[in-house]
Design a protein. Structure first.
Length: 135
């Protein structure tokens, strides 16, 4: 799957000292993991024909999908977790500097990003379909 390939590529890039590219791939993997989980939940709730259809129609950043799609599906707000705070404070911040300003992160920054993303992926992976209260 794409997220796994992106994470493996990020690890290889980091081993070769290409921390800028590694940070980008790590964050792309997170986006793909959040989109895939949201698609899985949409299918489980009968809101999409299949995961591929749902994933194709999801638009937005990790933050937007977490805010809109996951909330609509009755999921706890992952933005209230320590893992989100860690990613938002480290992974997202460094990614933004890399992408928008050409920043070259250090090895330590890349490793902290990877750890923050790993923690957030665990939170997202633990999400399961919930009973929807439509009243």
């Amino acid at each position: 799957p794409l997220p796994t390939l992106l994470l493996l590529n990020a690890q290889g890039l980091a081993r070769r000292g290409q921390f800028k590219e590694a940070v980008i791939d790590m964050n792309c993997a997170l986006d793909a993991i959040v989109a895939r989980k949201a698609a899985e939940l949409l299918v489980a709730h009968g809101r999409a024909r299949n995961a591929r259809h749902a994933e194709t129609n999801l638009r937005g950043t990790t933050e937007e999908i977490a805010n809109r799609t996951l909330a609509l599906l009755g999921q706890p707000d992952i933005r209230d977790t320590p893992a989100w705070a860690s990613w938002h404070g480290e992974g997202r911040k460094v990614r933004k500097q890399v992408v928008h300003f050409g920043y070259l992160p250090s090895e330590d920054e890349a490793l902290r990003c990877f750890e923050a993303i790993r923690e957030l992926c665990a939170v997202v992976g633990a999400l399961a379909p919930r009973e929807l209260n439509l009243d």
